[in-house]
Design a protein around this ligand. Structure first.
Ligand code: HEM
Length: 193
């Protein structure tokens, strides 16, 4: 029976976190500075989500923990090479490349957030207003450049992330985005649940 062959991999926190992050990131990206309050609010929501995810990475369910998807550089290389030959091993939790991508995404999102809060501070707003308010044009522009760079770098990572999800879904004939919605994945004999 289909139901008996499935196991819950992504807990509800991870799933709500993921789709809230996607929504807030897209809103923040498309609003840029045009609608400043919406952009800032979306940014703060991303910030809150990332903080919660960092905590969940230590205390969450088994596949949500950082230790579950921290792999050595050589196993990431092997996994990527195997993917090129369409023979990548299937993982119940995040695979080595997916795990590395999560750390990259979280780091790049944090850099985007810190630089964004710094720009906001240089404009005399937000928690860094006291520190950065009254900065000269040069500093303000440098911070804006940094913020834009990290936002675009995050977007590049997102495209690679989505590409990886599509490729692994095809190789293993399973719908990974759907698993991120309902939380279940099919169990195969070699899986350690
Ligand atoms: C429509 C677009 C997207 C789809 C279909 C998608 C799909 C997925 C899937 C299937 C996973 C689980 C991967 C696995 O099976 O190992 C995942 C994980 C993840 N994705 Fe996405 N993703 C999308 C957009 C994004 C965006 C825009 C971000 C960040 C801005 C993002 C950040 C993450 C993170 C951080 C995880 C790790 C989840 C966790 O363990 O908490 N994703 N995504």
């Amino acid at each position: 029976m289909e139901h008996d062959n499935r196991v819950k991999v992504w807990d509800s926190f991870v799933r709500i976190f993921h789709w809230s992050l996607v929504t807030a990131f897209v809103v923040a990206y498309v609003t840029e500075e045009d609608v400043l309050s919406v952009h800032t609010l979306a940014g703060y929501i991303v910030f809150g989500l990332i903080i919660l995810r960092l905590i969940w990475g230590f205390i969450g369910t088994p596949h949500a923990r950082f230790t579950d998807f921290t792999y050595s550089p050589s196993s990431i290389r092997t996994f990527l090479t195997d993917t090129l030959y369409l023979r990548a091993k299937r993982y119940l939790g995040h695979n080595p490349a997916g795990g590395a991508m999560i750390f990259l995404l979280l780091a790049s999102l944090l850099m985007t957030l810190f630089s964004g809060i710094a720009v906001y501070g240089a404009e005399n707003n937000g928690p860094l207003a006291a520190l950065l308010g009254g900065s000269g044009e040069f500093i303000k522009e440098a911070l804006e450049e940094a913020h834009e760079f990290f936002a675009n770098f995050t977007l590049l990572l997102v495209f690679i992330h989505i590409g990886g999800v599509v490729v692994e879904s095809l190789i293993h004939r399973e719908n990974l985005p759907a698993s991120m919605v309902h939380g279940y994945k099919r169990v195969e004999e070699e899986d350690q649940v």
